[in-house]
Ligand binder design. Sequence first.
Ligand code: TMP
Ligand code: ASP
Length: 260
Amino acid sequence: MKKGKKLYEGKAKIIFASADKNQVIQHFKDDATAFNNLKKANIEGKGILNNRISEHILSALKDAGIENHLIKRLNMREQLIDLVDIIPIEFVVRNIVTGSLTKRLGIEDGTKLNNPLIEFCYKNDELGDPLIAREHIYAFEWASVIELDYITEQCLRINDFLQGMFKGVGIKLVDFKLEFGKRKSDGKIILADEISPDTCRLWDANTDKKLDKDRFRKDLGDVVEAYQEVARRLGILHEQINNVRPIKFLKPTAVKIKKK
Ligand code: TMP
Ligand code: ASP
């Protein structure tokens, strides 16, 4: 697959043009950020792991009838994906209360929700991805009532599927973030972006040990080891992604982090 010019560089990924105008190449970097870019590091091997884990999850979702942007993995760090017009909303699905929800509402960390909770955040780093209501989505025409109903239904189906997938390998799916976009080729709303330990909270079912990006956010150490553990349990760990070196900070004298 011939790689075209760079179209966009985000915090953890780069998008390149491909030979087809409706398809692009998504490259997974090793960079990690947290707290809206205040904390940065390079975690050697993370991009390779997220590429594989996301491929595994998106392929399984496709097999279960949930359309998404993945066409195929191209190599260790890259995937061919459908080009979409991204809807500027982060859809956060929660099964257990933690993270920003604990801070915002003071609900005890670890409280199990009786039903999954879906939150909408406006995708804007400068504003800190603020929580918004359905009405904001309609008012600013980010999605129609029908589109939003469809997306929230997809979120619940994806939650159901992923909860089962992770439960089977001894992992609790605590919460996660999804993005959706309109596919350029046909305008259909599909699941886009990665699903990986960068975008999910994953706790060991027996010990509640964190196996996700919270290890980086909270300086718990063993970030890559935790991602490897997720890949290993999902049955996708390759020899090539073993023996990656430990976390390497880009700015050792990092800025003071304002915890969300
Ligand atoms: P939160 O508790 O910080 O709001 O995060 C909820 C979930 O969404 C958690 O699994 C991490 C994920 N997430 C992202 O993937 N990207 C983001 O920018 C944020 C804020 C959260
Ligand atoms: N929006 C955050 C950042 O990249 C991501 C996170 O905390 O997961 O800074």
